[in-house]
Design a protein around this ligand. Structure first.
Ligand code: HEC
Ligand code: HEC
Length: 365
């Protein structure tokens, strides 16, 4: 009798388990974010001097084929709904991979509200966009393509358009294997190309890491000292310089009061939109300062036209607002000469070469 009851309970439990398993299996949607492993020839991305090794996601190792495909897609207006806009429209190699505008203008002439940042060294960002809303280069693409002020397209629309193009059909098959083109492949190929968009080996790198003391002018050399000294500019507190490499960002978010209106109110909540944490109101990601001489205007809203203006804004302790970062404090004591030395450092020392294979590709087979 006792055994009968135990067996009955066992059977009921097993049946319930099987029912639960079937229910979960039916409910599970195909994970849209799952990365598709590229086929083809792996490539090693070598970082120039002054940069750490490039982080590579295990599911999307760069290959000759994906990088070449990503490069072609990057320069192709085929991705935007009205075929007017490519990634390179707003991130142009001639302008340090920005568009030189205060805020960007996308497909159908729609104006956005933010300034296009450089894409050089974005491979190192732990979060993408000035509010960090995308965790990786692979996830950026969905945002870019669907944004009404950028490419204003749909993911299916992009897939359909690419599949109707025999050159792309062949290129995707070489990069990811035969079968239908998936949006995820577009995102992965462009991300792999972006991981090759690097800049280092600047006069600053040769000076600090290469021991070439001649590579900086005297004023840029003094500017570096002002930049690093916590009692002077204290700039490296956020625009980090490491022992063996420098990214000029701490990958964190700070409120400098950029974009407050005349009443002291924030016009863009920045990081807060992602975290809903009050302390993040008006906080934006610290941007890199590499190649900064080429990427004016500055700040997330493009409101600052010159480097001197950007420096003065920091040194007056930012613009007053209730959420101002604690790490930014007025440094009115910095002399006119020290400010100009900071300009000289940013202007002369931080521009490095970029590889020629980042330019628009000439032909594509
Ligand atoms: C219409 C102009 C425009 C187009 C087209 C455009 N972008 Fe951008 N991009 C921007 C702006 C503006 C931002 C800053 C947005 C923000 O931070 O909220 C940005 C940010 C980014 C970032 C984040 C960089 C960082 O440091 O956080 C990446 C990566 C990026 N874009 C890649 C691309 C790629 C790849 C394409 C093509 C698929 C593309 N963009 C198309 C304007 C554009
Ligand atoms: C508390 C952290 C912090 C410190 C300290 C700091 N910065 Fe910044 N810096 C930022 C953040 C955050 C931004 C972007 C703000 C925005 O877009 O709203 C920025 C933006 C900039 C920009 C514009 C970059 C671009 O591409 O738009 C320049 C130039 C700059 N900083 C230089 C300096 C200099 C020079 C110093 C030292 C005098 C300094 N920063 C100190 C956090 C800091």
């Amino acid at each position: 009798m006792r055994w009968g009851r135990i067996i009955a309970i066992g059977v009921i439990l097993i049946a319930a388990g099987i029912a639960w398993w079937i229910y979960r299996a039916l409910k599970r949607e195909p994970a849209p974010e799952a990365l598709i492993k590229p086929i083809g020839t792996p490539v090693q991305i070598t970082a120039p001097s002054g940069l750490p090794p490039v982080p590579i996601p295990p599911d999307n190792p760069p290959t000759v084929e994906t990088v070449a495909l990503g490069r072609k897609l990057y320069y192709d207006t085929i991705l935007s709904v009205d075929k007017t806009t490519a990634c390179s429209t707003c991130h142009s190699p001639g302008l340090g991979f920005t568009d030189g505008k205060r805020v960007s203008e996308g497909a159908k002439g729609q104006e956005g509200r933010r300034n296009a940042p450089t894409l050089l060294n974005t491979a190192y960002n732990t979060m993408q966009f000035c509010d960090g809303r995308a965790p990786s280069l692979e996830t950026v693409m969905k945002d870019r393509l669907q944004s009404p002020t950028e490419m204003a397209h749909t993911l299916e629309g992009v897939e359909r358009r690419l599949m109707a193009n025999p050159v792309y059909e062949a290129a995707f098959a070489k990069a990811f294997g035969p079968g239908p083109i998936k949006f995820q492949m577009v995102a992965q190929a462009i991300a792999s190309f972006e991981r090759t968009m690097l800049t280092g080996d600047s006069p600053f790198d040769r000076y600090l890491y290469g021991g070439d003391k001649e590579s900086l002018s005297k004023s840029a050399e003094r500017g570096l000292e002002v930049f690093r000294n916590p009692k002077k500019g204290n700039c490296a507190a956020c625009h980090s310089i490491g022992e063996s490499h420098a990214l000029f960002t701490d990958n964190k978010f700070h409120n400098l009061g950029v974009g407050v209106n005349a009443k002291g109110k924030l016009t863009d909540l920045g990081r807060y939109a992602v975290t809903k944490n009050d302390a993040d109101r008006g906080a934006f990601k610290t941007p890199t300062l590499r190649n900064i001489a080429l990427t004016a205007p500055y700040m997330h809203d493009g409101s600052v036209k010159t480097l001197r203006e950007a420096i003065d804004l920091h040194l007056r302790g930012g613009n007053p607002n209730p959420y101002l970062d604690k790490e930014i404090s007025p440094r009115d004591f910095l002399s006119e000469q020290e400010r100009e030395e900071l300009v000289a450092f940013l202007q002369e020392a931080l521009t490095g070469p970029v590889a020629s294979n980042l330019e628009r590709p000439e032909a594509f087979e």
